[in-house]
Design a protein around this ligand. Structure first.
Ligand SMILES: Cc1cc2nc3c(=O)[nH]c(=O)nc-3n(C[C@H](O)[C@H](O)[C@H](O)COP(=O)(O)OP(=O)(O)OC[C@H]3O[C@@H](n4cnc5c(N)ncnc54)[C@H](O)[C@@H]3O)c2cc1C
Ligand SMILES: *[C@@H]1O[C@H](CO)[C@@H](O)[C@H](O)[C@H]1NC(C)=O
Ligand SMILES: *[C@@H]1O[C@H](CO)[C@@H](O)[C@H](O)[C@H]1NC(C)=O
Length: 499
């Protein structure tokens, strides 16, 4: 039985590991150690400095609209006050007391709104479900369906009350794209988080609460220490890459896309897949673009994002510019796999490959880039003129039903636990996820414990792509990759764009 007296190892200092550590400490756990091979104390979760976890990123969407997945809607809303409180805490902390990478003017959460475009003149079923469920929860007042008289009137009133939110200006994107014909709604409760900065802050809070961090080579899980057989089989802790053995009562694996290669039992439950991301760098002398795309004037947006399965030409989303003038746009209409033989089990499973792994990938599949270029050419001709400045494959951990997997691994007498399966939507829960992880560890039932429990596929279910395997047409080895020369738009690709 896991109690505050238990010693806990958490492997992985991404969102799942950090949030778990934070809430264990809050619940009186005194012996919590987080291991990660990334030297986050040095590289500060910065994706330009060697960090390649899903959590190490410039920004992530924060939204509460979740179709009919009410649990996630509730969970997202439950974390919103903490995001705002963290902004306040940072603003009121002297610079000298903030961790490296944060200054008193750093914001973690920017509620700039989210403009959700349908691909048609009607809202998608998913969008309609969002509105129905938010209405039931008494949260419809945050939402504004474009063209709906009452909703637009309410938005005007918001602008009168708080002109600095500039909600009307944030609808310019809707007016300019496809002549305003697409159905859309503006979610004013949503926005984005600065991901790297949020992780720096959460790690800082963990340290202040007494959590230990073992980072770099010393923090790399080499193997689990497994003793006993049959019913008596138990994980006693872990051996790290420096050869040191760490004995612990409970070992939690929160390794994101690396989880399936470390815990073979998750086969059929979790699969590592990649989303495609492009970035644009605004030139210093283009003040017009810096203004247009600033979070004060421009919302987070999505086009054709419909629940778990977006259409192949769909699943696009993007952000306002960063303080450094970077604009990130993502595509998840198809998610890629990278099947390799894993040394210890010899099984072929999908594992992350990034700019920083031993085998490297420096570019996107051509198909991802082609779709992204088509959309950007139509939606943002001024960015197409600049060309792409950077690309990234960012590794999700998809679960068989897109819900998180947070439970003990069967067969180890409650000594091995997995906290993963972020399925492309876990970041926003950083402030609150761990609260429910602790409940699952202590076997206390809450709204989420059943949803996240260990489970296997129901025969005949669609399995969220996990059953597609190596020869699905999504495996990188079978795909033509783009080259850097493809990052520019050619005249004919630009379509209506004047170049
Ligand atoms: C392209 C993309 C876009 C996304 N967009 C959003 C969004 O807009 N909004 C949102 O809410 N969520 C989003 N997500 C999802 C979110 O990023 C993830 O759910 C979340 O970051 C996962 O966190 P994690 O801790 O499970 O994994 P990760 O962040 O991947 O962390 C795993 C950690 O484990 C460490 N590790 C791995 N192997 C070992 C080892 N052997 N020893 C020690 N440490 C190890 C890694 O270094 C890493 O730090 C997105 C994800 C992707 C990929
Ligand atoms: C399971 O672990 C507990 C201690 O955590 C121990 O008391 C019990 O004997 C173990 N069960 C088996 C079958 O080994
Ligand atoms: C934490 O637990 C481990 C394993 O049980 C033990 O070796 C270590 O001394 C404990 N550390 C502290 C500070 O209590």
């Amino acid at each position: 039985m896991t109690t505050p007296a238990s010693s806990i190892a958490i492997v992985g200092a991404g969102v799942f590991g950090l949030s778990t550590a934070l809430h264990l400490a809050k619940n009186g756990y005194k012996n919590v150690t987080v291991f990660d091979y990334q030297p986050y104390d040095v590289n500060e979760y910065n994706p330009e400095k060697g960090c390649d976890s899903a959590s190490s990123d410039v920004n992530k969407i924060y939204r509460c609209s979740y179709g009919n997945e009410v649990e996630y809607q509730d969970l997202a809303f439950s974390g919103r006050p903490t995001w705002l409180e963290w902004n306040q805490m940072i603003a009121s902390t002297p610079a000298s007391e903030l961790p490296n990478g944060l200054t008193p003017d750093s914001k973690l959460f920017v509620p700039c709104g989210w403009l959700r475009f349908s691909k048609e003149s009607e809202l998608s079923q998913y969008d309609q479900d969002c509105l129905v469920e938010l209405e039931k929860a008494g949260l419809r007042h945050w939402q504004h369906v474009l063209g709906n008289k009452e909703d637009m009137q309410r938005l005007k009133e918001k602008d009168i009350k708080q002109p600095e939110d500039k909600w009307d200006a944030k609808l310019d994107l809707h007016r300019s794209f496809q002549q305003g014909k697409l159905a859309a709604f503006l979610d004013t409760s949503a926005g984005f988080t600065y991901a790297d900065k949020s992780c720096i802050w959460a790690r800082h809070l963990c340290q202040k609460a007494g959590v230990r961090f073992v980072l770099g080579t010393k923090g790399k899980l080499d193997e689990l220490i497994i003793e006993g057989t049959g019913d008596a089989k138990q994980v006693k802790g872990l051996k790290t890459a420096d050869g040191v053995e760490h004995y612990m009562d409970v070992t939690i694996i929160a390794c994101g896309g690396w989880t399936p290669s470390l815990v073979p039992e998750v086969e059929g439950v979790l699969e590592t897949t990649a989303g495609s991301v492009v970035a644009f760098q605004l030139p210093k002398d283009r003040k017009d673009l810096w203004d247009k795309y600033s979070p004060e004037n421009f919302p987070v947006w999505a086009y054709g994002v419909t629940g778990h399965h977006s259409p192949e030409y769909g699943g696009f989303y993007g952000f306002p510019r960063t303080p450094e003038g970077k604009i990130k746009i993502g595509y998840r209409g198809r998610k890629w796999t990278n099947f390799q033989s894993v040394p210890k089990t010899n099984k072929r499973i999908s594992v992350p490959v990034t700019k920083y792994t031993a085998a490297k990938v420096e570019n996107l599949p051509k198909m991802a880039l082609k779709n992204l270029k088509q959309l950007v050419g139509e939606m943002f001709p001024d960015l197409a003129e600049l060309g792409v400045s950077d690309t990234r494959l960012c590794w999700y951990t998809d679960s068989l039903d897109n819900s998180f997997v947070i439970d003990y691994v069967p067969g180890y007498n409650q000594s091995l636990f997995v906290a993963s399966g972020g399925s492309g939507h876990g970041f926003k829960f950083l402030p609150v996820l761990g609260k429910h992880v602790v409940n699952q560890l202590e076997r206390k039932t809450d709204q989420f414990t059943n949803l996240w429990k260990w489970r296997t596929a129901t025969p005949g279910s669609d399995m969220n792509g996990l059953s597609e395997g190596e020869f699905s047409g999504r495996n990188l080895a079978s795909l033509e990759m783009a080259e850097q020369k493809d990052w520019q738009w050619k005249q004919k690709e630009a379509g209506a764009t004047k170049l």
